[in-house]
Design a protein around this ligand. Structure first.
Ligand SMILES: [Fe+2]
Length: 345
């Protein structure tokens, strides 16, 4: 029997969608004539207001935006799109007059990803579009990976008997602590990824151990202690740069300052900084959450436990910084708002 060609059984990628905004219909016709033969799905509108409505109704993959239009001009539209969470990652090319240096500077200041001069040359237009659309497709794929990770962590939480959204609260509080001590964006992004994945290794822990309604025996605890290294083994092959950078958080989030933690018994500053941060946020959420075998502590009790454990279980300075966070963030019912959930982007 002939083996079917697998490549033929996959649907091709859907065409990418380009929105062209220009108050001059002749310019729109020209853009359509250039772009449609390239396989893009092109939509045209003739004003800034229509552009905002079209983007809200159905976000395109790229926007070509005329700078000078009556009513809302291209700069205002670009600034609004870049200030809005849902639309800020859509690449925008501002189309300006050839000699207008000020317009180009203005376009950069309002967040445009690129600009083109009029008259627009076909090959230049297509080259710019291709490059921005390739980057957009890549960004969309990364977003999909993040959604997969979120679903995976929720599935683990359900098995683990935690109240819903433990991982999000750990990530949100760790991020708040990271910002409080002045971590830069790259470190915050790594911290976010590490916190989202910190317990992914629990997927390899038997249900009987994971959700046992009582204290674990020594043997069971030995099994449980394997989850950081299982997590590292799951994540390492993913080969994503940010996930590789986050591996020390996954591996070391149960280390203790006094060297009595696991899996490696690291002490003090041998424990990577981001793992020390994650450990505090993780422990605090465990203390303030209901578990199958005990009910949650009050915030005051949990704070007392953290204070008592400084210098032995947790980093003293980091606990101090953690306890200066806003009371809303320390609240047991802390809900990770969009602004906190997106602190790294
Ligand atoms: Fe853990």
């Amino acid at each position: 029997m002939r083996v079917p060609d697998l490549a033929l059984t996959f649907d091709p990628d859907p065409p990418q969608r380009v929105l062209v905004v220009d108050d001059e219909p002749l310019n729109l016709d020209l853009m359509l004539a250039y772009l449609e033969p390239e396989g893009y799905q092109v939509t045209t509108v003739t004003s800034g207001q229509e552009a905002l409505s079209a983007v809200a109704a159905s976000p395109p993959d790229l926007i070509l935006l005329d700078a000078m239009m009556p009513g809302l001009d291209g700069f205002t539209v670009c600034a609004r799109l870049k200030a809005t969470l849902e639309t800020r990652l859509i690449p925008v090319v501002v189309v300006t007059a050839l000699a207008a240096v000020e317009e180009r500077i203005h376009a950069i200041n309002v967040g445009a990803d690129d600009f083109l001069s009029k008259p627009v040359y076909r090959l230049e237009l297509i080259a710019r579009c291709r490059s921005l659309l390739r980057a957009k497709r890549f960004a969309d794929e990364l977003e999909t990976v993040e959604h997969v990770i979120r679903s995976l962590t929720r599935a683990i939480e359900a098995r683990d008997g935690y109240t819903e959204r433990h991982t999000e609260r750990v990530t949100g509080r760790a991020g708040a602590l990271g910002m409080n001590i002045g971590l830069n964006d790259a470190a915050l992004r790594t911290l976010q990824m590490g916190c989202m994945l910190h317990d992914v290794g629990k997927i390899g822990i038997p249900e009987a151990v994971l959700s046992k309604p009582g204290k674990l025996s020594e043997e069971e605890f030995a099994v449980m202690r394997r989850h950081p290294m299982i997590g590292v083994e799951i994540c390492r092959p993913l080969r994503s740069r940010i996930i590789i950078q986050a591996l020390p958080i996954i591996q070391h989030h149960h280390e203790r300052i006094d060297g009595m933690g696991y899996p490696d018994g690291l002490r003090g500053v041998e424990i990577p900084l981001l793992a020390r941060i994650a450990a505090i946020a993780d422990a605090y959420d465990a203390l303030t959450s209901d578990r199958p075998y005990r009910s949650r502590m009050s915030v005051e009790q949990a704070v007392a436990v953290l204070r008592a454990g400084t210098g032995t279980q947790w980093d003293t300075e980091l606990v101090s910084a953690f306890l200066t966070l806003d009371t809303g963030i320390l609240d047991a019912h802390f809900h990770v708002s969009a602004s906190v959930a997106n602190w790294t982007t």
